[in-house]
Design a protein around this ligand. Structure first.
Ligand code: ADP
Ligand code: MG
Length: 284
């Protein structure tokens, strides 16, 4: 890949399974993610979202024994052929459970840990910590013990502590699935900010569809290891027959449009409330 390329992820016909699998878990997946893009992976539990993220992070087959076929390129590195360690510092991954990701007793220590491990100079570490505190809205939390924070706040700390590596790519694996409503809103808002104000490149597995259609550049829908639909939120949810057949819940406003179309109403399928509102406001 040329150095001028803006492609951060390029998967071509990638299939994968674990050593213990009796079938291919990821099947013939192709996708590209450019610098600054936000991609949301959706699909039912067990469809292969985490496995796909594990491949992109180099964890499969680097850390978790398994087999990966096809072309995997992450920031120009093929972790399958060149080894996952080549991706150190380039890819940051955050998981569902914030409890198991936090190990120190203060927010600042937690954030400083990754750049300390990279052996960076003190000033550089501090500047990264400050940057991450701002990016996640964690000013005022510096000296707090992460254990005293809410689930959502802990997840913000977990994301911030990965960002201090200044990764090219942030992977978030269902970061809100263990949070309550307030924690979910807090974390989703923070992720939106990372994309919109900080221009980070993000792939997130997240099932909250109303959020996804507002923030994603691309949505990929997976079932049974395959990507069945991919594109802009509008492209994906315009395929109402496929969406309905797959049993995927579209945004509420889109679902209403599907129902109206079934009744013979002619309308362009909206994915955001604002679009629908505009149509309603038009003079008959
Ligand atoms: P999702 O994240 O969409 O819920 P996963 O990628 O976690 O899906 O799982 C896809 C399939 O792979 C499931 O059938 C799951 O049981 C299996 N699987 C996940 N992790 C492993 C593993 N470490 N070893 C063997 N099978 C696994
Ligand atoms: Mg998963």
């Amino acid at each position: 890949m040329g150095s001028g390329s803006d492609l951060i992820v390029r998967l071509v016909d990638v299939s994968a399974k674990y050593v213990t699998s009796d079938r291919w878990i990821v099947r013939n997946v192709s996708l590209e993610v450019s610098k600054g893009e936000m991609v949301v992976l959706m699909g039912p539990s067990g469809c292969g979202k985490s496995t796909l993220l594990n491949i992109i992070a180099g964890l499969l087959p680097g850390v978790i024994p398994g087999y990966v076929e096809g072309e995997v390129l992450v920031d120009g590195i093929n972790p399958v052929k060149q080894g996952y360690k080549m991706l150190t510092g380039k890819v940051g991954m955050v998981y569902q459970n914030p409890e198991i990701q936090i190990i120190t007793r203060s927010v600042v220590e937690e954030l400083a840990m990754a750049p300390e491990n990279l052996g960076l100079p003190k000033e550089e570490i501090m500047s990264r910590v400050e940057w991450a505190l701002d990016a996640l809205g964690l000013r005022g939390y510096e000296n707090k013990d992460p254990q005293t924070l809410s689930g959502g706040e802990k997840q913000l700390v977990a994301i911030a502590s990965v960002l201090t590596m200044k990764p090219k790519l942030l992977l978030l694996d269902e970061p809100t699935s263990m949070l309550d409503h307030i924690g979910t809103r807090l974390v989703l808002k923070a992720i939106s900010t990372l994309k919109e104000e900080y221009g980070l490149t993000i792939i997130v597995a997240e099932h909250r569809v109303e959020w996804a259609v507002n923030v994603a550049d691309k949505i990929y829908l997976m079932t049974d290891g395959r990507i069945v639909l991919g594109g802009t939120p509008k492209q994906v949810f315009s395929q109402w027959e496929t969406i309905t057949k797959l049993g995927i819940r579209p945004p509420g406003v889109t679902e209403i449009a599907y129902e109206l179309i079934k009744r013979g109403v002619k309308l362009e399928i909206p994915v955001r409330l604002e679009e629908f509102e505009k149509t309603l406001g038009e003079e008959p």
